[in-house]
Design a protein around this ligand. Structure first.
Ligand SMILES: *Cc1c(COP(=O)(O)O)cnc(C)c1O
Length: 230
C-alpha cells in the first residue's frame, strides 16, 4: 500500500475511534482530503484509495485540479474567496465553505443565477481570537443578520458552517472555539429550520479529534494525509 492510502486508512480509523468515544456514529463524519499545494498525482493516489472529497484554498488551483479529477470526485473551496474570483469559483466547487460576508454572498448568488445553478455554501465563523485567522464572520450578530439575508437568496443553498480553531497548544481554547461554532450552528438550525442544513466543518490534522467530540460532521485533513506543506 502506498503511504497516502495508508495515511487515509489511519485517519479513518482515528475518526471512527473519536466518534465512538463520543457516542457518535463514524458514518456521520465525512473526511475531506485537503490537497492545496500538492501535485495532481497525489490527489489521484488519494482518489485510488477511495477519497472522493477534496479541499483547495485557491480558486485557480481548484479550477485546474477540477479538470483533471474524475467526475465523481468533488472539490470544495476552503480558502478565502475574493470578489474578483467569484466568477470562476461558482460552479467549479461543489461547496464554497468560506462565505464570510453578505457582499460575497450577493456576488455568488448573482453568478449562480447567471449560470442557472444553485451554489452550495457554508458560512464561515471566526472563532479564534488571534490575528492570523482573519477569515470568517467575527461578530455573531453580523453573522445572524447576514444569515437571514442569504437564506432568502434564490441561487444559494446554505449547507452549514465552517470554522478554523486557533493554532495554540492549549486544548481548551481549541475546544471552546469548536463549541462556540457548534452552539451557533444549533441556534441557526432552530431559527431557520433549513432543509439540508447538515454540515459542520471543523477540525484539521492537529485537532480533528477534538472537533469530532464537539460535533463536527466534516473534518478537513491535509498534512496528515499528504505530508507537510513547504
Ligand atoms: C490547510 C487547511 C486545512 C488542512 O490543514 P492541515 O493542518 O494540513 O490538516 C484545513 N482547513 C483549512 C481552512 C485549511 O486552509
Amino acid at each position: 500500500m502506498n503511504s497516502i492510502a495508508h495515511n487515509i486508512e489511519q485517519i479513518l480509523r482515528e475518526i471512527s475511534d473519536a466518534a465512538e468515544k463520543s457516542g457518535r456514529k463514524p458514518d456521520d463524519i465525512k473526511l475531506m482530503a485537503v490537497s492545496k499545494t500538492k501535485p495532481m498525482e497525489m490527489l489521484l493516489e488519494a482518489y485510488e484509495a477511495g477519497m472522493r472529497l477534496f479541499g483547495e484554498n485557491r480558486v485557480q488551483e481548484g479550477v485546474e485540479k477540477r479538470k483533471e479529477l474524475p467526475s465523481d470526485a468533488e472539490i470544495e473551496l476552503i480558502g478565502h474567496l475574493q470578489s474578483n474570483k467569484v466568477k470562476q469559483a461558482v460552479g467549479t466547487f461543489t461547496c464554497i465553505q468560506s462565505v464570510d460576508s453578505l457582499k460575497i454572498a450577493e456576488k455568488i448568488n448573482k453568478r449562480a443565477g447567471d449560470l442557472e445553478i444553485v451554489q452550495d455554501v457554508l458560512l464561515e465563523l471566526k472563532t479564534a481570537e488571534q490575528d492570523e485567522a482573519k477569515t470568517g464572520f467575527s461578530h455573531i450578530d453580523d453573522f445572524f443578520s447576514a444569515f437571514e439575508q442569504i437564506v432568502a437568496m434564490e441561487n444559494i443553498r446554505i449547507r452549514g458552517m465552517m470554522t478554523i480553531a486557533p493554532f495554540v497548544s492549549d486544548e481548551s481554547l481549541v475546544r471552546n472555539s469548536f463549541r462556540f461554532c457548534r452552539e451557533n450552528f444549533e441556534k441557526a438550525e432552530r431559527l431557520f429550520s433549513l432543509k439540508d442544513f447538515d454540515t459542520l466543518s471543523m477540525g484539521m490534522s492537529g485537532d480533528f479529534k477534538i472537533a469530532i467530540e464537539e460535533g463536527a460532521t466534516l473534518v478537513r485533513v491535509g498534512s496528515s494525509i499528504f505530508g507537510t506543506r513547504y
